[in-house]
Structure formats: structure tokens, C-alpha cells
Design a protein around this ligand. Structure first.
Ligand SMILES: Nc1nc2c(ncn2[C@@H]2O[C@H](COP(=O)(O)OP(=O)(O)O)[C@@H](O)[C@H]2O)c(=O)[nH]1
Ligand SMILES: [Mg+2]
Length: 327
């Protein structure tokens, strides 16, 4: 039997900057403790002020190192920073490394930094739902900046990044002629492109390739965000080179969103992404529910015997899942 936490109390303490309550609130949502549905409206209505920044790119690009450097820079500026590191594969890579690194640096006892690692392990249901909720908690608790680190592969991660107001795509030189951002379908998602590991010899080529492709894109697609010139910024996350400029670009982009009125349209886009993320997770969860299991097996028999086509079976399954939920 799981005990319902005191959701209101947790949120109130989290809003006072109490880190342990913030962590517990995120865990309680993730574990679907009783009362979750009743707590969500309060959490979402308390938010809406945070600047949510998404940082994505291939594994090993240096995202976690970059985030750690950015956290230090923002702390120098007196800003509190929450970090949600998404690593679907493992609790040992990405997020944990970032957590360690930040802990090793002077943030150990800094109440102005909170780092949360999300992985499929230990997450009940979808990773995107848990991530969206973790960001919402930090926003509701009054963290002015929330950085979300995700691996830019897989639709789930790209979906997660859509809840950010500002998105930075991290590329690295020396991975051949391909533009990683294009290959991953991330060129147009980026408000800022970072070329990390600029200490490597091929950095200038990566930068000029990216600039070239962004220029082509601007010529052929007339986007509504055309008055924001997407910058391509070199960094060496390891020693902090270029980090100040990236932090400035984040702040400038946020100003641009507010001044141009785009902040509002992005809020709609973000809301749509949030609903879609959760709807997808809910549906998958319902379909995998044991109570739908028998119906599922019957459908499998029917499709295997070619009495039914897979699409009709899928529609039937979705219908059954929704029906079961209503009862
Ligand atoms: N040469 C160089 N190595 C870096 C730089 N930034 C990060 N790295 C290294 O790249 C590796 C992957 O970094 P990590 O931050 O874990 O990448 P992530 O998987 O994208 O989060 C680590 O060994 C880092 O020390 C950089 O600017 N230059
Ligand atoms: Mg990482």
C-alpha cells in the first residue's frame, strides 16, 4: 500500500526553495503516488515564469559538460538554476555524470542549483511524461531557469525538447562531413547552435557548414521567427570558453520571444507538445494494461490468421483501452 504524500505541503515547501521537498514532489509524481491527479492542476497553475532551455545533441557531444559550465556561469550571475537531465538508456551515463560533476564543483551545498536525472529505469510509464512533470515542478517552485538536457535521437527526446522555449543544438567537429543536426532532423529545432569541442581542428568547418545550411534554410523557408538570426557559437565546455556568450544568447532569445510576442505563440506550441506527449504515454500505458491484455491476444490471433488487418486491430485496441479506462 502506498501512502499519499501531502502534495500541498510539498509544493509549498518546494516553492520556498526547499530542495528535498522539490525532489520528493518530482519522485511522487513519477511514482504516481495517490492524489497525483488532484495535485497536478495546482502545480501547473503555479508555473509559467521559468525560462525553459532545452539542450540536445548526440551522445558524447559534451552536453553535460556544457550544462555544468552554464550552471556555473548563471550562478556567477546570481541566478538559481534547475537542471533536468534525460537519459533514457542508463542511470550511469549523462545525468549521473553531470550530477557528479556539479557536486564535485562548488555546487555541493549550493541551494541555488538542483539537478534531476531522469531515466527509463525507475520511471513508471513514459519518460516524456515524467520529464514534462519534473520541469513543471521546478517552474512551479519558482526556479527562474530550467535547463533540460536530452539526447537528440529518437522521437521521444525530440518531443521532450519541444517543451523548451529556447532550444540549443550541440554539434561537435570531426564526425565526418555530415551535419549532425541535419541528420538528426534538428537543424530547424535550434534557436541557437553550439559547436562544442572547438579545441578540435575541424571546428571551423563545422561552424561554416552549419551557417551555410542555416542561410539556405532562411532563403527557402520564410519562417515567422525570421527576425531571430540563429547564431552558431563555438564553445570549449571543458575550460569554459564561449560559455558566457551562450548564456548571453539564451537571455537574448528569451527577450526576443517576449518582445516579438512569440513567447505567447510558443506557449501554445508548448502546451500542444505537452498534451501530445502525455496522450501518447497514456495510450501506450492503457494498451499495455493487463485488463486490455485478453482483448489484445484475441486481436493478435485475428491478425495472425489474416481475419483482421493490423490497422483495424489497432483501432479496436485503442477503443478497448479507452473503454476500460472509463469504468
Ligand atoms: N576536447 C573536448 N572534450 C570535451 C569538451 N566538452 C566535453 N568534452 C568531453 O567529451 C566527453 C563527453 O562529454 P559529456 O558532457 O558527458 O557529453 P554528453 O553525452 O553530450 O552529455 C567527456 O569526456 C568530456 O570531458 C570540449 O569542449 N573539448
Ligand atoms: Mg550527458
Amino acid at each position: 500500500v502506498t501512502v499519499a504524500p501531502d502534495w500541498k505541503d510539498l509544493l509549498a515547501r518546494a516553492a520556498q526553495g526547499h530542495i528535498a521537498s522539490t525532489a520528493r514532489l518530482i519522485s511522487a509524481l513519477e511514482a504516481r503516488l495517490p492524489g497525483r491527479e488532484d495535485a497536478l492542476p495546482g502545480i501547473y497553475s503555479a508555473g509559467g515564469q521559468a525560462h525553459v532551455i532545452g539542450i540536445t545533441g548526440a551522445p558524447g557531444a559534451g552536453k553535460s559538460t556544457l550544462v555544468a559550465a552554464l550552471v556555473m556561469e548563471l550562478r556567477r550571475r546570481g541566478q538559481r538554476v534547475g537542471v533536468v537531465a534525460v537519459d533514457p538508456s542508463s542511470t550511469l551515463s549523462g545525468g549521473a555524470i553531470l550530477g557528479d560533476r556539479i557536486r564535485m564543483q562548488q555546487h555541493a551545498l549550493d541551494p541555488g542549483v538542483y539537478v534531476r536525472s531522469m531515466s527509463t529505469r525507475g520511471t513508471l510509464g513514459g519518460l516524456s511524461r515524467a520529464t514534462v512533470d519534473a520541469v513543471a515542478v521546478l517552474d512551479a517552485a519558482g526556479w527562474p531557469v530550467v535547463i533540460v538536457e536530452t539526447i537528440g535521437v529518437g522521437q521521444d527526446e525530440v518531443d521532450i525538447i519541444r517543451i523548451a522555449q529556447t532550444t540549443a543544438i550541440v554539434s561537435v567537429p570531426g564526425l565526418g562531413d555530415d551535419i549532425q543536426a541535419i541528420k538528426a532532423g534538428l537543424l530547424e529545432v535550434g534557436d541557437i547552435h553550439v559547436v562544442n569541442k572547438a579545441d578540435r581542428p575541424d571546428a571551423n568547418k563545422t561552424i561554416s557548414d552549419l551557417l551555410h545550411n542555416l542561410t539556405l534554410r532562411r532563403q527557402f523557408h520564410d519562417t515567422s521567427a525570421a527576425d531571430w538570426a540563429v547564431p552558431v557559437m563555438p564553445t570549449i565546455a571543458l575550460d569554459g570558453t564561449g560559455i558566457r556568450e551562450v548564456a548571453d544568447a539564451f537571455a537574448a532569445h528569451r527577450e526576443h520571444l517576449a518582445a516579438s510576442g512569440e513567447l505567447r505563440s510558443r506557449e501554445r506550441a508548448t502546451a500542444a507538445a505537452r498534451i501530445r506527449n502525455v496522450a501518447k504515454d497514456l495510450l501506450i500505458e492503457r494498451i499495455e494494461d493487463p485488463t486490455v491484455g485478453a482483448a489484445f491476444e484475441e486481436l493478435v490471433d485475428a491478425v495472425a490468421a489474416r481475419r483482421l488487418d493490423p490497422e483495424t486491430a489497432a483501432r479496436t485496441l485503442i477503443g478497448a483501452a479507452v473503454e476500460t479506462r472509463r469504468r
